[in-house]
Design a protein around this ligand. Structure first.
Ligand code: GLN
Length: 483
């Protein structure tokens, strides 16, 4: 049962092949069997999940229907859940219990979902490997000596290890797509403003988006139907009509133009990744899509721009963790200033501190114009690159990451190398456009490779259409690691 996709699980429940309680128990049994190896979760919500499953079964018996009724899902541990801890994988929030549910959690619950637990991540979503978690690293189900990617590595590994039917992650600079590609699953970052950020602990507010991490594109479409839409509690959520994303799966791909940008096939790309992505492009051509060359000339500035803007926003967002209002407070201080200093020095990990310092620097007087303001201007240029490209094509096809999953510890001593590997995912966040990663191959070592599809603002539909047709024509997404 735990091997089911979301749609299969829905069908099984509907056909009464199994109950939600049986399905949820099967998922926990799977967790008990593999979690020692994978360590995808920060904490499990076993009791409330079984209760939710019981209620779902009652509703099913009463003939009620809801999009996620009785389906066990997992949430990245920066999405606020009432009554369960939300730690952001940080010591500073280790005991924090949110007094409310995030809007997406309310939506999932209203749709009947069963929440099995909160997944591991890089602290405050800062990282690409899950090694920045204060709790423990998560391991890649495909190779336990490798990282699952980050920062939503726990959510990706939980789906890939079949420890939940699907999960939610968040993506500020690639944190849904890169772990999805490393773990061989589907992950979508919606358009900025498509999904409410209310109750998503903020990293960089102008870039953060919540999105689905699933076994198939169909499952992602179903979750998008549930979590999308305008939310009065998030002023940056957009008042744009929410289509039925499941209908988009039925659209044709014939005649769609896919843009190929040479800036996404640079020398840093692993040959096996390039080969799989090129083969995927051929597959899409064989489905009737047309290839067009486009240019995204400011791509080379994306990493620098992102790390300036994301750190600047993080430095202000994280100023709220002061030991006074919530979370950890250092005991070893005898005046207020030392209390702030010690709380933040002891409560934050190295990477978070590095970014707060970088962000404070680029915002400080004398450097503001040279870094922050310039970063904002380059961000506009990057957005304009995409607008120009979309005059020639309907979507852009690229690798998700230049490399497959790397080894634990491999990049920990060199933050710059870690940052540079985000090159293909960061621009979509800067431009605010939707982007999705789907499995498109394996390396010789049996590590998954991801194909990235990037679309126009609020055109998740085209990505889902193309992704779904690709999955109809290929089997990469049907492979799961043997654990
Ligand atoms: N890897 C990027 C970073 O470290 C992206 C993180 C994210 O999307 N949350 O900032």
């Amino acid at each position: 049962m735990h091997q089911a996709t979301l749609l299969q699980a829905k069908d099984g429940l509907k056909q009464k092949k199994f109950s939600s309680q049986e399905l949820t128990e099967a998922v926990f049994k799977r967790i008990d069997a593999v979690e020692d190896k994978v360590q995808a979760f920060v904490h499990l919500t076993r009791e409330s999940a079984m209760q939710e499953a019981k209620e779902a079964d009652k509703k099913i018996a009463a003939g009620e229907d809801a999009p996620l009724l009785g389906i066990p899902l997992a949430l990245k541990d920066l999405i606020c859940t009432e009554g369960a801890r939300t730690t952001c994988a940080s010591k500073i929030l280790d005991q924090f219990v949110s007094p409310y549910d995030a809007t997406v959690v309310k939506q999932l619950k209203a749709a009947g979902a069963v929440i099995v637990g909160k997944t591991n991540m890089d602290e405050f979503a800062m990282g690409s490997s899950n090694e920045n978690s204060w709790h423990h690293p998560t391991l890649n189900p495909w190779a336990l000596n490798r990282v699952p990617g980050g920062s939503s590595g726990g959510s990706a590994a939980a789906v890939a290890a079949e420890e939940c039917i699907a999960s939610l992650g968040s993506d500020t600079g690639g944190s849904i797509r890169q772990p999805a590609s490393f773990c061989g699953i589907t992950g979508m970052k919606p358009t900025y403003g498509r999904v409410s950020r209310f109750g998503l602990v903020a990293f960089a507010s102008s870039l953060d988006q919540i999105g689905p991490m699933t076994k198939t594109v169909e499952d992602a479409a179903l979750l998008m139907n549930v979590i999308g839409g305008k939310d009065p509690l998030d002023s940056t959520s957009a008042d744009v009509a929410l289509p039925d994303f499941m209908l988009a799966l039925k659209n044709q791909v014939k005649g769609l133009k896919m843009g190929i940008a040479k800036e996404y096939f640079t020398s840093g790309i692993a040959p096996e990744v390039a080969k799989s992505v090129e083969a995927a492009i051929k597959t899409l051509e064989s489905l009737g899509m047309e290839k067009v060359e486009v240019s995204l000339p400011h791509t080379e500035y994306a990493v620098a721009t992102y790390y300036i803007l994301a750190c600047a926003e993080a430095s202000t967002n994280l100023s709220r963790y002061d030991g006074v209002r919530y979370g950890y407070r250092s005991e070893s201080s005898d005046n207020l200033k030392d209390m702030y200093l010690n709380t933040r020095s002891e409560g934050f990990g190295e990477e978070v501190k590095r970014r707060i310092i970088l962000g404070t620097f680029v915002l400080s007087s004398g450097y503001y114009d040279a870094y922050y303001l310039k970063g904002q201007k380059v961000r506009t240029l990057i957005k304009q690159d995409f607008e120009a490209a979309y005059k020639q094509c309907d979507l852009i096809v690229a690798p998700t990451s230049p490399l497959p999953a790397f080894q634990l510890g491999e990049k920990m001593d060199d933050p710059l190398q870690m940052y540079l590997a985000d090159i293909y995912t960061i621009s979509a966040n800067l431009a605010g456009i939707p982007a999705m990663s789907i499995p498109c191959g394996f390396t010789g070592d049996n590590l998954p490779i991801g194909l990235q599809l990037m679309g126009r603002h609020f055109d998740e539909e085209t990505l889902l259409t193309v992704g779904h047709h690709f999955q109809q024509a290929t089997d990469f997404h049907k492979n799961f690691a043997s654990l």
